[in-house]
Design a protein around this ligand. Structure first.
Ligand code: HEM
Length: 413
């Protein structure tokens, strides 16, 4: 493994899917610098800080660099902008579950890497951008044929590109299925769809729609929620320390946390629930909910064709429903089991009813496992810019200013 790869592992390699083998954290081989001497020369001058910054930059290890000075081992944490790392980690996690494929993006890409990462990222970003636009034509049909904002034209173009991208992967699966190259439980979600019996078989275009929806809805929700959680960990060092000592007690330092540990980490789960309450990634539950009949709710008449919307954010911030609603207090979830999967509208961050999020179990397990790794391996502290909790509603409710903080490694075995 090259130094460069190893250093990236330190920041990205933590992200394994629930159920998969945990990947190693920091290891002490391939340190930056010369053999034996390491980076000793950096420390003999008066510009050590600059030399270290330049070295980290050239190794693409700005977030975290491991090196030695003689026989002394160092690891240096710099500023991490977590959003991009989480976004690509989450995109690959969904791609692995749905398509059994992973990609390399941006700076990570090596010349030998499989192609498609750039196209995938561009499809996903274009989709998020289009959905984030308030399209006047949706609400004023008279404007619809004019398509003044060009949204319809861009959508049509995007659909064509998504069809080509996803169809190619489905075809690859068909070929592998015919050749029977996959063994045992190697199958992914595409294989499951292809296995459907005749009467439940989906057409190719339905399959593309289902698969794309999972990628699209499953990527940013996970990344955005984790960014909020890390922001809270930086802001509340006492809560962070309590979660770390829980992990330490249950898992210890000799091995990596795994998904079978999660049921024994109630405080970590409470942190995730409390973040979902205060910063629900989907604050307005409105996805495809239309009154199909005239309806009477209390004194109100709701005509057929009305879109119904539940403001989950308003419920989770209502003092009548949640005492001290604006305080971040994971302890409130430590007594009694508060359901969050949709059976109780006090807190339904994945929606409820027939259109509830189909990825809720995967999403929650992924967030809990990654958080456990992030807390087991790093202490999260603020950078000079501090933490700004202002939010901004695009497709999801995200941090207006992305979190920039320091990650100090705590495990070094
Ligand atoms: C922590 C992570 C997640 C959160 C907070 C979340 C939240 C939500 C919410 C609020 C909805 C709308 C429900 C409604 O309107 O009632 C939704 C829908 C959806 N989610 Fe998730 N989600 C997460 C992860 C995932 C994952 C990992 C996947 C797929 C792999 C996924 C796939 C979907 C799909 C396909 C829909 C649309 C369902 C429909 O239209 O019937 N989500 N999600």
């Amino acid at each position: 493994m090259s130094t460069d790869h190893y250093l990236q592992e330190a920041s990205l390699g933590l992200f394994s899917s629930p159920g998969s083998e945990p990947r190693p954290g920091l290891r002490f081989q391939d340190l930056a610098g010369l053999p034996v001497l390491g980076l000793v020369l950096a420390f003999t001058g008066s510009l050590t800080h600059r030399v270290l910054a330049k070295t980290a930059d050239s190794l693409k290890a700005k977030a975290l660099m491991a090196f030695s000075v003689g026989f002394t081992r160092f690891v240096i944490a710099s500023i991490v902008e977590v959003r991009k790392v989480l976004h690509f980690g989450s995109l690959n996690n969904v791609m692995m579950s749905v398509f059994g494929k992973s990609y390399e993006f941006g700076d990570e890409k090596s010349s030998s890497s499989s192609s498609g990462g750039d196209e995938l990222e561009s499809l996903v970003s274009e989709g998020y951008e289009l959905l984030g636009i308030f399209n006047w034509s949706d609400h004023f049909p008279v404007l619809s044929w004019l398509d003044l904002q060009g949204v319809r034209k861009r959508c049509r173009k995007l659909v064509g590109r998504v069809n080509i991208f996803v169809r190619e992967i489905i075809e690859e699966h068909r070929v592998e299925k015919a050749k029977k190259t996959r063994v045992g439980d190697e199958g992914d979600f595409v294989d499951v769809l292809l296995e459907l019996e005749e009467e439940n078989r989906l057409t190719d275009s339905d399959m593309i729609a289902v698969l794309w929806e999972m990628i699209f809805r499953g990527t940013d929700t996970v990344a955005i929620l984790l960014e909020w959680i890390l922001a809270r960990m930086v802001l509340h060092p006492d809560i962070q320390a309590k979660a770390q000592s829980e992990i330490n007690m249950v898992v210890g330092k000799a091995r990596s946390v795994s998904d079978s540990d999660l049921p024994n980490l109630p405080y970590l789960q409470a942190i995730v629930k409390e973040t979902l309450r205060m910063h629900p990634p989907g604050p307005l539950l409105s996805w495809a909910r239309l009154a199909i009949h005239d309806t009477q709710i209390g004194h109100h008449f709701v005509p057929a064709g009305t879109t119904a919307m539940v403001n989950m954010w308003a419920i989770t911030h209502d003092e009548g429903v949640w005492p001290e609603a604006n305080e971040f207090k994971p302890e409130r979830f430590m007594h009694g089991d508060v359901a969050i999967m949709g059976s109780n509208l006090k807190l339904a961050p994945f929606g409820s009813g027939r259109r509830v999020c189909p990825g809720k179990a995967l999403g929650l397990a992924t967030v809990e496992l990654w958080l456990a790794h992030l807390l087991q391996n790093f202490k999260w502290v603020p950078s000079e810019s501090g933490v700004d909790l202002s939010d901004c509603l695009k497709l999801s409710l995200e941090m207006k200013n992305s979190l920039v903080c320091k990650a100090i490694p705590t495990v070094f075995a």
